[in-house]
Each structure stands twice: as structure tokens, then as C-alpha cells.
Design a protein around this ligand. Structure first.
Ligand SMILES: Nc1nc2c(ncn2[C@@H]2O[C@H](COP(=O)(O)OP(=O)(O)O)[C@@H](O)[C@H]2O)c(=O)[nH]1
Ligand SMILES: [Mg+2]
Length: 309
């Protein structure tokens, strides 16, 4: 197996998602107070609650519709069964096997990391490098954020902590040239995984998207099928804004999955559902802390349990 998924122990997940859980479970207890009848008023309140928990209008309406059907069909008979029903439905919104990573059939597997400035790309690249390294893979990092000198330096510091080499150039260098060198080095050194960190800010959005395209093109020329994964990193604390960013990137470059970071610092964790449903892109990893072991493979069932229990 190329990559073994690393799930967070449920206790760690629960403490990481504490803020989201406090917001959701408290509100649910209120809406689903004991003895309430399932009627339009309750369903309206529930829908509002789900929307306010950043699940998005589409997901919230879908869940409430499913609930209505289930009540009509007598799959559920009273309000005490609602929460479990919703948990099952939410887990079902994510397909299983989602968190798998594509691998090259031979030669290096290339993972391209994209996202806006500050979303957690560099940190995620390093955490991923660590995961692979711990699984005995030979890893190389590429510092394609040449927009600021500090960016390459930040990745280099992480690389040293994690114990993997990094390819970097001077500030202002062509990021595609870094990608080129990194791909060559990956081939020459027999690397298993090349993780490419990129810039999240340029003079214009169009420039940024063009740069991502160019990096991907250069990688593909050197390594067949590369990038095998293009992961969009989203800052979970930005709620609906993260959804906007996801749309923007998804329109410009073919994404294969999402990483939602900083879920430890927010009550807006419900955004994971909205993003999953709207973009149809799997959430592959979640970040629940700044440490190098705080990135975890995403599992819908345990996410739902951690958020609602
Ligand atoms: N609390 C928390 N902070 C994170 C997480 N991921 C990244 N960060 C922090 O977010 C900030 C920006 O991260 P960085 O990787 O530099 O973002 P980039 O600009 O996209 O490369 C840093 O201070 C990181 O430590 C996370 O999962 N949880
Ligand atoms: Mg960065």
C-alpha cells in the first residue's frame, strides 16, 4: 500500500473539534428538547440551526427533506431519534474510501498543494511529508512559493524538523523552475513522494491560477501523470469564505481533494459538509493543530461522532 491513512484517535478528534461540538450539540439539545413533536416549526428551527452551523443551505435543506421523508415513512417516530438519523445522513454525505491518495504506478508520486495565503499550505505540506516519512517513504519537498523569501525559509525549517530534503530557489525565482528542479531531483534520487508547496498570493488572481497551471504542466512533463493529487487547502475558520475559495480554485485547476485546516480553532467545522456536498470533492485530511502530528486522514463517521457527541 502506498499510503496508510492515519486517523485521529477519537479523543483527540473530539478535543480538536471541541468548539464546533459545543456550538452544535448545545443548539441541538435546545431544538430537540424532550417531548417536542416533529412538526413544521421544529423542522424550520432545525434547518436554521444547520445553516447557522455552516453546513450551508443546500446540505441543510437536503437533511431536513430526508428527515421529513423518514418521518412520513415511519423510519423515525419521535424527536429522540432525529439526532441519530441526522448523523447517519451526514456521514452518508461523504463516500467511504474518500481519504485515499492516488499513487503513481511507477516513479515518484507528486502531490501539489494549493490554496490562498495563510490557509495552511506550508504547514500541511510538512505534516504530509512527516506522515509519509513515518511510513518509510522517501520524501522530497519543493518550495514553489517564491513570492516571499520567508516562504521558502519556512518550508526549509519544517523540512529540517521533519527530516526530509527540500528543493528551493531564491526569492522571486520562477516557481515552475523550482518545480522542474524538484521533479528532476525526485527522479534522480528515486524519491517515492514529491510534495510541492505553492504560493497563495500573487499580484492578481489570474496570475496565481496561471502559475498553478504552469507548475502542474512542468511536473507532468517530467513525471508521467503528475500531479497525482492536487489538494486544495482551506482554512476552516473562514466558514463560507472557504467555500468561495474552493469554487474559484476548482474552476481553474483540476483538484483531487481537500484539506481543511484549523478546525481546532473554530466553531465553523460544519463547513466540511457544505464543501463536500457542493464541490463533490473528497475531504482527504483535516488539520486540528499546529504541531507536526496534527494532520489526520478524514473519516466521515468519526468526524460526525466527534462533532455531535
Ligand atoms: N491551529 C491551527 N493552526 C494551523 C493549522 N494549520 C496551519 N495552521 C497555522 O496557520 C498559519 C498559516 O499556515 P501556513 O502553513 O504558513 O499557511 P500558507 O500561507 O497557506 O502556507 C500558521 O501559523 C500555522 O501554524 C491547524 O490545523 N490548526
Ligand atoms: Mg506557505
Amino acid at each position: 500500500m502506498f499510503f496508510k491513512k492515519i486517523f485521529a484517535p477519537i479523543e483527540k478528534l473530539k478535543s480538536g473539534l471541541k468548539k464546533t461540538r459545543e456550538k452544535l450539540s448545545g443548539a441541538f439539545r435546545f431544538v430537540l428538547a424532550i417531548g417536542r413533536k416533529i412538526d413544521d416549526e421544529l423542522l424550520d428551527e432545525l434547518e436554521e440551526l444547520l445553516i447557522s452551523a455552516d453546513l450551508g443551505v443546500e446540505v441543510s435543506m437536503h437533511l431536513v427533506e430526508r428527515l421529513k421523508d423518514a418521518y412520513r415513512n415511519r423510519e423515525i417516530k419521535n424527536q429522540e431519534e432525529i439526532l441519530d438519523f441526522l448523523k447517519d445522513e451526514m456521514a452518508a454525505l461523504f463516500d467511504s474510501g474518500d481519504a485515499d491518495l492516488a499513487a503513481a504506478s511507477e516513479g515518484p508520486t507528486v502531490i501539489l498543494i494549493v490554496g490562498v495565503n495563510g490557509s495552511g499550505k506550508t504547514t500541511t505540506a510538512a505534516k504530509l511529508a512527516r506522515m509519509f516519512k513515518q511510513q518509510g517513504r522517501k520524501v522530497l519537498l519543493a518550495a514553489c512559493d517564491t513570492f516571499r523569501a520567508a516562504a521558502s525559509e519556512q518550508l526549509a525549517i519544517w523540512a529540517e524538523r521533519v527530516g526530509v530534503p527540500v528543493v528551493k530557489h531564491q526569492e522571486g525565482a520562477d516557481p515552475a523552475a523550482v518545480a522542474y528542479d524538484a521533479a528532476e531531483a525526485a527522479l534522480a534520487r528515486g524519491v517515492d513522494v514529491l510534495i510541492v508547496d505553492t504560493a497563495g498570493r500573487l499580484h492578481t488572481r489570474t496570475n496565481l491560477m496561471r502559475e498553478m497551471e504552469k507548475i502542474a504542466r512542468v511536473l507532468a512533463k517530467k513525471i508521467p501523470g503528475a500531479p497525482h493529487e492536487t489538494l486544495l487547502v482551506l482554512d476552516g475558520t473562514t466558514g463560507q469564505n472557504a467555500l468561495q475559495q474552493a469554487r474559484l480554485f476548482n474552476d481553474s485547476i483540476p483538484l483531487t481533494g481537500l484539506v481543511i485546516t484549523k478546525l481546532d480553532g473554530t466553531a465553523k467545522g460544519g463547513i466540511a459538509f457544505a464543501i463536500r456536498k457542493e464541490l463533490g470533492l473528497p475531504v482527504k485530511f483535516i488539520g486540528i493543530g499546529e504541531g507536526m502530528d496534527d494532520l489526520h486522514s478524514f473519516d466521515a463517521r468519526s468526524f460526525v461522532e466527534a462533532v455531535f457527541n
